[in-house]
Design a protein. Structure first.
Length: 401
């Protein structure tokens, strides 16, 4: 029997669209095997693009950075917490995890849909064989190499500084927006064509139009992108996902990431006018995605969970202060360190409707202690939810004043 999904909350970043806007985007907590099985009845053959960034078979454990205002050059001082494990008894157990998930992704893809599977040297060769079996070898589109720079401890081999992204299409008629991903020619190329009419062996490109990117891409890793860093391990840069989304989907299309991690795909998808489904098995991934979507003023989304997946809500022991449309947390000395908190001004006791949020800025030490409710949004029963950096969820209610 397929797993069941339950809706915990509807999130309207900064109140946009509340309460009448259709909520088409979904963020789901739970094992993606159960999540995708539950979605099949509604979404089989309906998803236009799936990006999958699963564990890489590295046999490492990845912690997350949760401190605020830390010096990124002093890792010995970082505050760390549980991130996610990528450990397996052997390659067979890893592939036993991967295969049924790829098969479900194939079933969920639309007839013109595309899958991007992001791995590295640990398991990409094995995954290519699985994809050939599931999609058929004729549906292979590209092997994209993402190259990047960074330090490496390797001293007895060339530094391993690339990931592999395997691209397969559901059918022969697939979406590929070549004009959306063109990029400028290198200045040296432009200079060469300007100096000689024999350059290019008689072929003169449209230099103003730009070129189609090759199947190797250079984008800096997130460690070098200070404005994007969330502290979540193995976070991917927005520019990488932007190229994927622009190339293989259209505005209004439905895109998905069932290993969403820090939430880069739904973040970029919302900005580019796509609908999204995102899921992850860990609460830290889901809450990191939640806070990024709110901070970026995403389109509204639901937050759901697989029924039976751990989801514990704790009582909030401190008081709230309301002054007209301003909600303030009590400044008690034992106030937990928060990641974010949000307000439902008209709590119905069932589905939490978040219309105002306070997010912990990554470079500051403390989440704002006051929230301004959007104008003309009122209710009789106030509910506040809070998420600590340790992952604990808190809730408190009061009669609105």
């Amino acid at each position: 029997m397929p797993a069941r999904l339950a809706t915990d909350s509807l999130v309207y970043p900064r109140g946009s669209g509340y309460p009448h806007a259709a909520v088409e985007n979904r963020l789901i907590l739970g094992d993606n095997l159960a999540v995708m099985s539950a979605l099949l009845a509604e979404y089989a053959g309906q998803i236009d693009l799936i990006y999958a960034d699963p564990p890489f078979f590295t046999n490492r454990h990845f912690p997350a950075r949760v401190g605020r205002g830390e010096d990124s050059r002093k890792p010995q001082d970082w505050q760390l917490a549980e991130g996610y494990p990528d450990t397996w008894p052997n390659i067979d157990s890893y592939l036993d995890m991967l295969y049924p998930r790829l098969e479900l992704m194939h079933r969920l893809l639309s007839p013109t849909g595309t899958l991007y599977l992001h791995l590295d040297w640990h398991a990409d060769a094995y995954a290519r064989v699985l994809l050939d079996e599931i999609f058929g070898p004729g549906r292979f589109l590209n092997e994209i190499i993402w190259v990047y720079h960074g330090p490496s401890p390797i001293r007895r081999a060339f530094n391993r500084k690339h990931d592999t992204i395997l691209v397969f299409t559901k059918g022969a008629d697939y979406t590929f927006n070549v004009e959306a991903v063109r990029q400028p020619y290198d200045p040296n190329t432009v200079k060469t064509f300007a100096s000689s009419n024999k350059a290019g062996f008689g072929k003169v490109p449209d230099l103003e139009r730009g070129k189609v990117p090759e199947d190797w891409w250079y984008f800096p890793v997130v460690a070098r992108l200070h404005r994007e860093r969330t502290g979540y391990p193995t976070q991917k840069p927005q520019s990488l996902l932007e190229r994927v989304i622009l190339a293989s989907s259209n505005p209004g299309d439905l895109v998905a990431d069932f290993f969403c991690g820090s939430g880069t795909l739904p973040l970029v998808a919302s900005r580019l006018g796509r609908r999204f489904i995102a899921s992850d098995v860990t609460w830290r991934a889901v809450h990191t995605t939640h806070s990024r979507l709110v901070e970026s003023n995403s389109s509204p989304f639901s937050q759901e969970y697989v029924v039976g997946h751990p989801w514990q809500m704790n009582a909030w022991p401190h008081q709230l202060v309301q002054d007209h449309n301003t909600i303030t947390l009590n400044s008690a000395p034992d106030l937990p360190e928060l990641d974010y908190w949000e307000v439902d001004p008209a709590w119905d006791g069932q589905v939490f409707r978040s219309v105002a949020q306070a997010i912990n800025p990554r470079r500051q030490a403390q989440v704002p202690r006051s929230i301004e409710l959007p104008e003309n949004i009122t209710g009789k029963r106030l509910c506040v939810r809070l998420v600590g950096i340790d992952g604990r969820l808190y809730q408190t209610e009061k009669t609105a004043s």
